[in-house]
Unconditional design. Sequence first.
Length: 611
Amino acid sequence: MSKGGEEPSPKRDFFVAAMGMTAMAAGQLSTGWPETALQWGFLIGGSIAVGLAALSDTIEELWQRALHLMRSVRPLPLRQTVLAVVVVVLVVLTGRLIAAVGPPLAGAARVELFGCPQPVQLRVLTTPEGLPSARELTEAFEARSARSNFRCPKTLFYVYPAEPAKAREALSSGWGPEHLAALGPRPDLWLPGSTHFPPPEPGDRLSHVESVSVASSPIVLAVPEGLSGVDPRELTWAQALDNAQRSGWDVARPEPSGSLVGMLATIAVYDSLGVRQGRPLDAGQARGVERAFERALDAGGYSLSGLLCRHAQPEPPRSAVIVSEQELARFNRGMPLGGQCAGATSAHGRRMTVVRPSPTRTLDHPLVRLQWTDAGSEQTRQARAFAEWLTGPEGHTALSNAGLRPGGVSDGRPTPDDMRLVELHEQATRPGRILLALDTSFSMRQPLAAGVSRFSVAAQGVTRVVAMASGRDELGLWVFPAVGGRRELLPVGPRAPLPPLDGIVPVGPTPLYQTIADGVRALPPGDEAARALVVLTDGEDSGGGLTAQQMLGDISGKGVRVFVVAVGEANCASQALAQATQGTGGACLETDFAGLQAALEQVFTLLWKGV
């Protein structure tokens, strides 16, 4: 019986319970929508408690009826059996409910009271070109792990770039202090951009290495919209180049010594031309192909790598470029590009048409998991979880969003025949004619360590890169300001012994703009060599008497690429340096003195074709 002698009314009690639960929920929701699992637990638990209170009479009546029904069961052993079964079922259901609801509520309460636990730190090494997409992939995994962990990410990634050849060398030698200073921290995961750079073998410090192919990106031809004669049919590379020539537009290719895309494209083009004529290309034919590519680079004002940067600028050239499918997909979607195009996106919604010559070469993108002997178990577990996610459905979606094709190819490494074609390219390409201008201003005296000054580190780097020149390359060396009345220490010409640099005492201001203008004028004209001015400086312009606009006017249209290696107080944020380098198809590299050698090697490898 209910209070007051009234018979319980299940319909009325259920109505009252529903109204009470609704009022309870409305009251809590009026203060704001629940944002955590704990707040949802309080909302649902409070509403259920109100509902149970309203249904107390009905629940009591049902309980009495259940007891009466149990007493009516005969004989006694059967009643005991039924009761035992009911108890077991209730215990099992309660246990499953607690197992399902308890840990999430406990976890939510822990996060609500004490905040998120410290996530596992994982370091991901990638290529300069792959930096934007690697960050997108790791951010997608962080978001996914946070969704399943009360909005607390289980993993926090640090993504940083390094040239893959240097990264592999560092990994193979155990990533010592010198690599820490030059490249960055020891990685847990490596995205080398291609199986052309195979993973290192395990060693004393590296206990386990696991490589899995996760994506691919074929080499394609990107054609600006509006060019006539674009053939949508499936063509060979030889046919695609013939079609471009007939239609009156050039095809630019990244310099193979500084671009894996350029190297694979060269292999594909040379191979296609050889197949068409029924025999491999000879040196003279290869030289004709290289002249066409070089003419396109020069005429379009392209840098030697990262060609899509030029099409992201106002008034792009009307020529096609050879790129990876991923680069073109990101360009057409307005997504950030990497490498020399860092920060560049397609301006004004500009798009390019893709032409897929066949057969082509493909970049195979592996993920290399590196397990170090002193790594923690949670680091290992989360690195494995990222690798498994990347090869699963969610990871495939993230790879597609980054412009890649999920799933790799069997092996992207060049064959011996491919390397023969690379050697043919090196014989056919034009040599480099380079003037190197070395800053000897007073600031270069500053010490970096005991007995080591800025200038001594710079002089050592210059000496090493000069040794990289082939017998065909030409080099000249200037210092600025003039030391002892001499600015030219070595005239531009075939490689010759460098004059001793250790006796130079840095002094005076930094006539940077005047040196750039004079250096461009000093390089003899002609297209038989790739002409470039490389300036190494640690400061801003001072004491030269030439303005930035005068300098830019003097170097415009001269066919000389300007490269600046900026250290110390110098930086590539300077508008004048950015215009001087990007406007001539060069580049500005910002580094510190620990990374100066690597930056110089990067520039000279590109200019001297890696021979």
